[in-house]
Design a binder for this molecule. Structure first.
Ligand code: S3P
Length: 169
């Protein structure tokens, strides 16, 4: 089994499910946001504020390229919600491993993202509208890119993990 890549909207549970999977499968967990923050020595908010979104998107592409070079390691990669929106990144993700879309309803996303201050694209204005607009732009890309789609609403991490395992067989 090669690397497993978790994609989906902000708040869909990529990092939490990634953490759970890495414990169960003894894979190394890479969260692209944390990877970028560590490398840059500053937060996503700071990167967006000082250098802008385009700069951050280039860091995401660099990150995926670096992960492809990490041969021999079994990785679970939790990918920032906007990373798959760049065509080149989609090609690189296919090269990196099996892509799992954690599909989550807008109602659930809204509940999970309430009060969040770590995601620059959701700051200011009405949260629900922001989620709806971005989700509408991204939904079909996530679905087309995925090798496997797993619904996460009303499922525990263990249940989501079971579904992923069933589909990987
Ligand atoms: C973003 C999602 C975030 C982070 C950045 C931009 C997006 O990651 O990469 O704030 O464009 O959807 P999560 O999906 O892990 O929250």
């Amino acid at each position: 089994m090669g690397n497993i890549i978790l994609i989906g909207f902000m708040g869909c549970g990529k990092s939490s499910i990634g953490k759970y999977m890495s414990k169960r499968r003894r894979y190394k967990l890479i969260d692209t946001d944390s990877y970028i923050e560590e490398k840059e020595g500053r937060s996503i908010n700071e990167i967006f504020a000082s250098d802008g979104e385009a700069y951050f998107r280039q860091l995401e592409t660099d990150c995926i390229r670096e992960l492809i070079e990490m041969s021999g390691k079994k990785l679970v990669v939790a990918v920032g919600g906007g990373l798959p929106m760049r065509g080149l990144n989609r090609e690189l993700l296919h090269e990196l491993g099996t892509i799992v879309y954690l599909r989550t309803s807008i109602d659930t996303l809204e509940k999970r993202l309430q009060g969040d201050d770590k995601r620059p694209l959701l700051q200011g204005g009405e949260l629900r509208t922001k989620i709806e607009n971005l989700f509408a732009q991204r939904e079909s890309t996530y679905e087309e890119l995925a090798d496997i789609i797993v619904d996460t609403d009303n499922r525990t991490y263990a249940e989501v993990f079971m579904k992923i395992k069933e589909n990987l067989k």
